[in-house]
Ligand binder design. Structure first.
Ligand code: NDP
Ligand code: 8X3
Length: 249
């Protein structure tokens, strides 16, 4: 039987690239997000790679919807969970930030990730087998201008990941935090509420990472020998040195 990976936020960017990488690497998949038609399109594409794909359409901020969607997975042994669904909204100074933006980031990046983890990991513990890969960020290492709340959510992902690893140390379940720097996806378009020009400027003068670069790291972590736990990986573009130090041509 093929191994099974579940990827949240698979309709775009890093999650979509992970779906392609894991399907090509011999996994069957459960792909989730809020946009059903994109999930279905990806499912059709991945079928071409021989992957059996289940799509689940739900908002990770909605506890009851998430519970209901995942309840349908009864009996499916998930080998790898990639908690990827997430976003940044806005780049205002902390004292001028938008309350709705803050709530959406915290509810998605922190509470949504926790909800999915809480619902999937007990099955892994029961089987004494599995791997949770959380998509954190370099933003979780230190705050940058205008990024306080987003950075705080990714700092929370680091702490939540570390805590889970501690709580699973007596099991064979592995836990990884991947912390990307600048990755060119829909991330900045979402952050700037659809302002494509402003989003494009984020990646000007630097050769940014791609979703596929991060998928390679996730697949490497999942493919490591069972006694090897890739606990944390910081992945930066060559001309990025930290969340706020970026050299541009
Ligand atoms: P994208 O905007 O391209 O993809 C985000 C994905 O998350 C989409 O598939 C979206 O699907 C899903 N998503 C967002 N909100 C929800 C929700 N409430 N419920 C379910 N799914 C949701 O961005 P990226 O691929 O760049 O981002 C993926 C992750 O990587 C995020 O956690 C982000 O913080 C992190 N990251 C990104 C970096 C970057 O520079 N791009 C760097 C470091 C980390 P849909 O809209 O269909 O629900
Ligand atoms: C996304 C990377 O530096 O734009 O987490 O915050 S950054």
């Amino acid at each position: 039987m093929k191994p099974l990976a579940m990827i949240t936020g698979a309709t775009s960017g890093i999650g979509e690239a992970c779906a392609r990488k894991f399907a090509a690497g011999g996994y069957d998949l459960i792909i989730t997000a809020r946009r059903q038609e994109r999930l279905e399109a990806l499912k059709r594409e991945l079928a071409g790679l021989g992957a059996a794909v289940t799509t689940l359409c739900f908002d990770v901020r909605d506890l009851e919807a998430t519970k209901a969607a995942l309840a349908g997975l009864d009996g499916l042994a998930i080998d790898v969970l990639i908690n990827n669904a997430g976003l940044a909204l806005g780049l205002e100074k902390e004292y001028e930030g938008d309350f709705d933006d803050w709530n959406t980031m915290i509810d998605t990046n922190v509470k949504g990730l926790l909800t999915v983890t809480r619902l999937i990991v007990p099955g892994m513990v029961k089987r004494n087998s599995g791997h949770v890969i959380n998509i954190g960020s370099v933003a979780g290492d230190a705050a940058y201008a205008g990024g306080a709340v987003y950075c705080a959510t990714k700092a929370a992902v680091k702490t939540i990941t570390d805590g889970l690893r501690i709580d699973l140390a007596d099991t064979a379940v592995r836990v990884t935090n991947i912390k990307p720097g600048l990755v060119e996806t829909n991330f900045s378009i979402v952050r700037f509420h659809g302002d494509e020009q402003r989003a494009e400027n984020v990646y000007k003068g630097i050769d940014p990472l791609t979703g596929a670069d991060i998928a390679d790291v996730a697949f490497y972590a999942a493919s490591a020998p069972k006694h090897v736990q890739i606990a944390e990986v910081l992945v930066l573009a060559t001309h990025q040195a930290s969340g706020s130090v970026i050299h541009r041509d």
